[in-house]
Design a protein around this ligand. Structure first.
Ligand code: A3P
Ligand code: MG
Length: 473
C-alpha cells in the first residue's frame, strides 16, 4: 500500500520516466538502456519479494533526462563536527581541524604558463589565497619558489596510510549521531528524552553524494550504495565494487606517489592553530581527519551528512570558512585544460558545493611534484565558468539526478528494518538497479546503535512519508 503522497510521487516518477524515454529517443540514446527491467533479486534468509512494490525498478542516469531548472538546495548548516586521530579513533570534537597557512604570493595567475594564462581557468577564477586577503584569512609567509611535495616520499615511516580494508561504513557518523540525538528534536518535541527518530530523510557521507552528483557524467567508475531504512531515516553507505577493489590493489607506485603529493600539499598549506606554521617534517598520516556534520535539503529531501574538511580560514561561521585543498597537474595543453574543466572541476565542485565549502585552493604541480603556483576557485562560480564551453557538464543536471535518485530510494526502500539492506548498483552506460538483502553481511548499521532505540515508540508512518522539514538545529 502506498500513501497518497507515495502515489503522487510514483505518478511523477512515471512521468519523468516517460519524458526520459521520449527525450532519449530524440537524442539518439538507445531505448534499450531506458527500458524498465525488474532487477530485484532477493538474497537472504527470508523472502522479501514484492515488499514495497515500488513500481519503478530502475533509474536512468542519462543526462538528457535531467535538464531543466535547478532544484532548490538549502545552504548547508553545520550541526557539529568530529575528529579521527592518527589511530583512526573517533573524538567527539574538532581537535584535528587544521588552519589555512599558505605561502604568500604563490598564486599569481601571471606566473601560470601555457593556456591557463590566456582565458583559461586562471583568467576566470583566479582568486588570491595570500594571507593578506581578508576574504580568506590565513597568515603571512614568503613564497620561496616551488613547493616540493615529494619530500619524505622515499623516507621509511614518512607515509602512514589508513587501512583500506577496514570497512568503516557509517560507524563514525552514527557515533556522532548517538551523542547528539537531542539536536534532532522537532519544535515542541522534548529534546531531553531519547528521540525515537532523527526526523531526517537521509544520513550518509558527503563523498557518496558526490558520486551521485557525478553519475550522469561519469564514464569510467561505477558504484554500489547500500541503503537501509531505520526509524524513518534512510542510511546510505557505499560498498566498494569489485572493479574499485582491483584498481586499489593494482595501483602503481607512481599513482601512490601522486596520492602522497596530495596529502603532502595539505601539510604544506595548513597549521595546527590560526597563525601557526606548517610542519612538513611530520609523517603524512591519512588516518587523521576533521569532519563536519551538516544538515541541508535538496528539494523535498532532508539530508544529514558528514564530510572531511581540509582546513579553516578566517572567522566566518563554518562551513563558510572552510577551504578545500587540491593538487593538479599544471595546465599546458588544451587537452589538459579540457580534462581539468570537464572531469576535475566537476568533482571538486560537487564535493565542495554539497557541504557548503566556498573555496578550493589548488596547487598546480609539475611531473616531479613541485607546486609552481596556487589558485583559488570559488565553488559557486565553477558551473558558470565551464558552462559556456563545449562538451562540459551542467550542475542542474547533477542536482536533478540526485533529487531523482533520492526519490527513487524513497519509493524502493520502504521496509523499516535495519536488517534489510537495499543494494543499489550502477555501471556507466546502464541504469541504476538494486537488490534486496535480508539478514546478510550487507547489514551495516551497528548493533549498538540500533540498540539505543530499543523500547522507544516507532515513528508513526514515517517510512511512507517525507520526514518533517525543520528540526531545531
Ligand atoms: P588531491 O586532492 O590533491 O588529489 P581530498 O582532496 O578529497 O581532501 O583528498 C586528499 C588527497 O587524498 C587527494 O589529494 C589524493 O591524493 C587523495 N585521494 C583522495 N581521494 C582519493 C581516491 N579516491 N583515491 C586515491 N587517492 C585519493
Ligand atoms: Mg582536499
Amino acid at each position: 500500500m502506498h500513501s497518497e503522497t507515495g502515489l503522487a510521487r510514483l505518478a511523477a516518477s512515471e512521468r519523468r520516466e516517460r519524458k526520459r524515454l521520449s527525450d532519449s529517443e530524440g537524442s539518439g540514446v538507445k531505448r534499450a538502456s531506458m527500458e524498465k527491467v525488474d532487477k530485484v533479486v532477493v538474497v537472504g534468509v527470508e523472502e522479501v519479494a514484492g515488499v514495497g512494490e515500488p513500481g519503478v525498478r530502475s533509474l536512468s542516469t542519462a543526462p538528457e533526462g535531467y535538464t531543466g531548472a535547478c532544484p532548490n538546495y538549502r545552504q548547508p548548516a553545520e550541526l557539529g563536527c568530529f575528529s579521527l586521530d592518527s589511530q583512526r579513533t573517533f573524538h567527539d570534537d574538532g581537535r584535528l581541524l587544521r588552519y589555512f597557512a599558505p605561502p604568500r604570493g604563490g598564486d599569481d595567475p601571471r606566473e601560470t604558463p601555457g593556456v591557463e594564462t590566456n582565458g583559461g581557468a586562471g583568467a576566470a577564477t583566479a582568486g588570491d589565497c595570500r594571507t593578506g586577503d581578508p576574504a580568506i584569512g590565513g597568515r603571512s609567509r614568503g613564497w620561496q619558489g616551488p613547493i616540493d611535495l615529494d619530500v619524505g616520499w622515499s623516507v621509511p615511516g614518512a607515509y602512514i596510510q589508513m587501512d583500506a580494508q577496514r570497512a568503516e561504513r557509517l560507524d563514525h557518523i552514527v557515533s556522532w549521531l548517538s551523542r547528539h540525538r537531542s539536536r534532532f528534536a522537532l519544535p515542541g518535541q522534548a529534546a531531553s528524552l531519547p528521540l525515537p527518530s532523527l526526523n531526517t530523510d537521509f544520513v550518509t557521507w558527503r563523498g557518496h553524494l558526490t558520486k551521485v552528483l557525478g553519475t550522469p557524467y561519469e564514464r569510467r567508475e561505477g558504484w554500489q550504495l547500500a541503503a537501509t531504512l531505520f526509524r524513518g531515516t534512510r542510511y546510505m553507505s557505499e560498498v566498494e565494487t569489485e572493479a574499485a577493489r582491483r584498481e586499489r590493489e593494482m595501483r602503481s607506485l607512481r599513482q601512490k606517489q601522486m596520492c602522497y603529493w596530495g596529502y603532502k600539499f595539505e601539510q604544506y598549506m595548513t597549521a595546527d592553530r590560526p597563525g601557526g606554521e606548517p610542519d612538513v617534517s611530520r609523517p603524512v598520516n591519512t588516518n587523521e581527519g576533521f569532519c563536519t556534520v551538516v544538515r541541508t535539503r535538496l528539494a523535498g529531501h532532508s539530508l544529514v551528512f558528514a564530510g572531511e574538511v581540509d582546513c579553516r580560514a578566517g572567522e566566518r561561521p563554518p562551513p563558510s570558512s572552510y577551504v578545500e585543498l587540491k593538487t593538479s597537474r599544471e595546465v599546458v595543453t588544451p587537452g589538459q585544460r579540457f580534462t581539468l574543466h570537464r572531469f576535475k572541476l566537476m568533482k571538486w565542485w560537487a564535493q565542495s558545493f554539497l557541504i557548503g565549502v566556498p573555496r578550493i585552493v589548488v596547487g598546480f604541480r609539475d611531473d616531479s611534484g613541485h607546486v609552481q603556483h596556487l589558485q583559488t576557485y570559488e565553488t559557486l562560480k565553477i558551473p558558470k565558468m565551464v558552462g559556456s564551453e563545449e562538451k562540459m557538464w551542467n550542475a542542474a543536471v547533477s542536482l536533478n539526478f540526485c533529487e531523482a535518485f533520492l526519490s527513487f530510494l524513497k519509493e524502493v526502500v520502504t521496509r523499516d528494518d535495519p536488517k534489510v539492506v537495499y543494494l543499489f548498483s550502477w555501471e556507466p552506460g546502464a541504469d541504476v538497479t538494486y537488490r534486496v538483502y535480508e539478514n546478510s553481511e550487507q547489514t551495516f548499521l551497528p548493533d549498538w546503535y540500533i540498540e539505543q532505540f530499543r523500547d522507544l515508540p516507532k515513528p508513526g508512518m514515517m517510512e511512507q512519508s517525507t520526514a518533517p522539514d525543520s528540526p531545531i538545529v
